[in-house]
Unconditional design. Structure first.
Length: 76
């Protein structure tokens, strides 16, 4: 006879059988999992935004340096 596979989740170091949770607990679990996914996605997006900002700041800095060099060359 095949063993029945249980869907076990661990919360605060304690294993729980998903099927033993009541409906309210299952909703709490789903909200928690969804929020965890959203947090990971937000962190990913924040990394992209920070790197993008840094890239644009570098381009601005280079542009300003080039403009200063051109002004200096035109004065001489």
């Amino acid at each position: 006879m095949a063993k029945k596979k249980t869907n076990t989740i661990t919360i605060n170091g304690i294993d729980h059988n998903y099927d033993d949770l009541n409906d309210t607990q299952k909703v709490f679990l789903e909200h928690t999992a969804d929020l965890e996914r959203k947090i990971r996605s937000a962190e990913f997006n924040l990394d992209q935004l920070k790197i993008g900002r840094e890239a644009f700041l570098n381009m601005l800095t280079n542009s300003l340096a080039s403009a200063t060099e051109e002004e200096t060359a035109n004065v001489n």
